[in-house]
Design a protein around this ligand. Structure first.
Ligand SMILES: Nc1ncnc2c1ncn2[C@@H]1O[C@H](COP(=O)(O)OP(=O)(O)O)[C@@H](O)[C@H]1O
Ligand SMILES: [Mg+2]
Length: 239
């Protein structure tokens, strides 16, 4: 089996080489735990290897992303110019989930990136719920308040559809999920974790003040279940 480097040497070691080729891994954790940085570091690793990569962001503007990367010495602008890197951002309240899914599918089909990072599925799921709810309400001639949304059922179509589309193409990718602090679920929509081949959890240990990374699930590695400590250094995440 072929493994794709995560961009973090120590993490590649514990994973037996990296993420399995053509796998989809869920990166989950609370706010500020390093999910976006782990994603950017993974993409940057691909860029250095002359691969095509894609960042899909529902969280931040392009300028903010470029600035955050620059703080770690990752010059993404250079790769935007030579078209190795594509950054898709969506302004969610004004873009319909169906349009988002169509746009992403089209860009993935056209550019065929080797690595995709989607940051984050939680935002998309949230709007998938709202959009599905509005459509259902309209079709039943009800207003939204009259309709009790059944979360899982409504979101599952749009989000699962997108993930399975991404998986069809030849890429090794990360899906980021933001979980509220203290929550036990790994993603907002608990089914996302079942579609993914692996689940990685990032945390800040309040007692020790240390950052931790846990391999919750990884089909391709015989891994420890206990957390590994990591640091956020000058050049990104280091284990
Ligand atoms: N240049 C930097 N050097 C060290 N740590 C940083 C730097 N920039 C951000 N951080 C740390 O990383 C955290 C944000 O990481 P990020 O990946 O954006 O989190 P999230 O999990 O919310 O996506 C910040 O809260 C801060 O603790
Ligand atoms: Mg983030």
């Amino acid at each position: 089996m072929k493994f794709i480097s995560t961009g973090v040497n120590g993490f590649d070691k514990v994973l037996g080489g990296g993420y399995a080729e053509k796998s989809l891994t869920l990166i989950t954790g609370g706010p500020g735990t390093g999910k976006t940085i782990l994603g950017l570091q993974y993409l940057y690793e691909g860029l250095k290897k002359k691969e095509k990569v894609m960042l899909i962001s529902f969280e931040e503007d392009k300028e903010v992303i470029l600035e955050q990367a620059k703080n770690f010495g990752w010059d993404l602008e250079k790769y935007l110019k030579n078209s190795q890197l594509e950054i898709l951002t969506f302004d969610m309240p004004s873009t319909h989930v169906v349009q988002v899914v169509e746009k992403i599918s089209k860009e993935v089909r056209t550019h065929k990136p080797k690595r995709i990072v989607l940051d984050s599925i939680s935002v998309l799921s949230l709007f998938a719920e709202v959009a599905a709810g509005v459509e259902l309400a309209n079709s039943l001639d009800l207003n939204l308040d009259q309709l009790k949304l059944s979360e899982g059922v409504l979101t599952i179509g749009a989000v699962m559809g997108l993930l399975s589309k991404i998986k069809q193409y030849d890429n090794t990718s990360l899906i980021i999920a933001e979980i509220p602090e203290g929550q036990k679920m790994l993603s907002r929509d608990s089914y996302t974790e079942f579609i993914c081949d692996g689940v990685i959890k990032l945390e800040k240990n309040e007692k020790t003040g240390k950052r931790e990374i846990t391999i919750v699930k990884m089909r391709t590695a015989n891994h420890k279940l206990t957390p590994f400590k990591f640091i956020m250094g000058k050049k990104g995440i280091n284990i």
